[in-house]
Design a protein around this ligand. Structure first.
Ligand code: CA
Ligand code: CA
Ligand code: CA
Ligand code: CA
Length: 389
């Protein structure tokens, strides 16, 4: 309901195979090895890298709430940042597809995680915890010792967390979309000593789906985008360097949940992608040079589309989109088709046994092609979906 004006629908049928909810490929491997039937390859241009294989990270079957990929020990390979029921955990990428899964740093449930840029040589992650609601900025060093840098007290539990330099002083501030149906997006400014100032409210009175940061337009000031799932809107906070975000309501069809920022249309300006859970669609807001976005275009995706991530999934240097939902355990890849000037369905690149609770993409193996981390929704478990298996 309530879709805005200017919404157009692009069929995926003419540009590739229609996503098939019923397709299965047998059981997913629950061992550390990968077998043939689990490898999924796209039907892309020959010579392009486009094959993935899932490997379940077992023992224990961790229940995951949120995921991110960032190089957390500074060795050049992306590591998995995991907000899990037993705390913040790290999937260390060790090269050539090898990984090591760390136990929880704290014994209390973590609900959201975001990558933060390094500060004072330390790699960082912002992790939201419950009981009491707070965000802890964890820092890590090359020996993989994970410690605490700062704690930010929240008013309530977090739905999502992101890092962005709101104030323009070069140090990344923390933003949190709080949980609930009448919640706030709050932010805390980084201070010179590494602590954070008290919370300020950016936006109030919404049911937030997700929060993401990125660089919209042609300036170099961090912007943010967040979804209001109840009111059906994308909210874009533009940063013009004045030390505050100017939030504009962009509308969004259906029940917007996951949001990601990145240039998926290959024109040099970042776009915003939103997963519409009730409509089962991926929604594209093309970014303009001034940092504003165009009206939404919707793409058929999957029932219960909930999560979206932006990364180079085929290794051609351009950003692609991965989308997953609670309706099935499939992850679909979309990529830009310059002939059609559209994002087109490219392939089903991963499948886990049940719906997807969290999704993140980033380069973890050193081959220049993004890999995926996928968390199961109905059954606990975390899968490392490796490029070029
Ligand atoms: Ca690393
Ligand atoms: Ca673009
Ligand atoms: Ca690509
Ligand atoms: Ca890779």
């Amino acid at each position: 309901m309530g879709s805005g004006t200017g919404v157009s629908t692009t069929s995926v049928g003419s540009t590739g195979p229609t996503p098939d909810m019923g397709a299965t490929t047998g059981t997913t491997s629950t061992t550390g090895t990968t077998t043939g039937p689990d490898v999924k390859c796209g039907d892309g241009v020959p010579g392009e890298n486009f094959c993935f294989a899932p490997r379940k990270i077992v023992d224990p079957d961790v229940v995951v709430a949120d995921l991110a990929v960032s190089d957390f020990d500074g060795d050049g390979l992306g590591d998995g940042l995991v907000a899990a029921a037993d705390g913040f955990r790290v999937v260390w990428a060790e090269g050539a597809g090898a990984i090591a899964f760390e136990p929880g740093v704290l014994g209390t449930p973590a609900v959201a995680v975001a990558a933060m840029p390094p500060r004072n040589m330390a790699q960082r992650a912002a992790v939201a915890y419950e009981q009491p609601p707070r965000v802890i900025v964890h820092a890590s060093d090359p020996t993989r010792v994970v410690g605490f840098q700062a704690t930010i007290a929240l008013m309530r539990d977090a739905a999502a967390v992101a890092g962005a330099d709101v104030t323009g002083d070069g140090d990344t501030d923390v933003l949190v979309a709080e949980a609930g149906t009448d919640a706030d997006v709050v932010w805390a400014a980084a201070q010179p000593g590494g602590a954070f100032a008290s919370l300020e409210i950016l936006w109030t009175g919404a049911a937030f789906g997700d929060l993401a940061s990125g660089l919209l337009g042609n300036d170099l000031f961090d912007d943010v985008a967040f979804t209001d799932r109840a009111a059906g809107r994308l909210l874009v906070g533009r940063n013009d360097g004045g030390g505050m975000l100017d939030v504009a309501d962009q509308g969004a069809p259906g029940t917007p949940m996951g949001v990601a920022v990145g240039d998926v249309t290959a024109d040099g300006f970042a776009d915003v992608l939103v997963a519409d859970a009730s409509g089962g669609r991926l929604v594209l807001f093309r970014g303009r040079s001034d940092g504003t976005v165009r009206p939404p275009e919707t793409l058929a995706a999957m029932a219960g589309a909930r999560h979206v991530a932006v990364a180079d999934l085929d290794g051609d240097g351009d950003l692609d989109a991965a989308v997953a939902g609670t309706g099935s355990g499939s992850v679909y890849a979309y990529r830009y088709d310059p002939d059609e000037d559209a994002l087109s369905f490219a392939a089903e690149i991963a499948e886990v046994p049940t719906g997807v609770a969290a999704l993140a993409a980033g380069e973890m193996t050193g081959d220049g092609v993004a890999d995926l981390l996928v968390a199961g929704a109905g059954l606990p478990g975390l899968w490392f979906v490796r490029s070029n298996p």
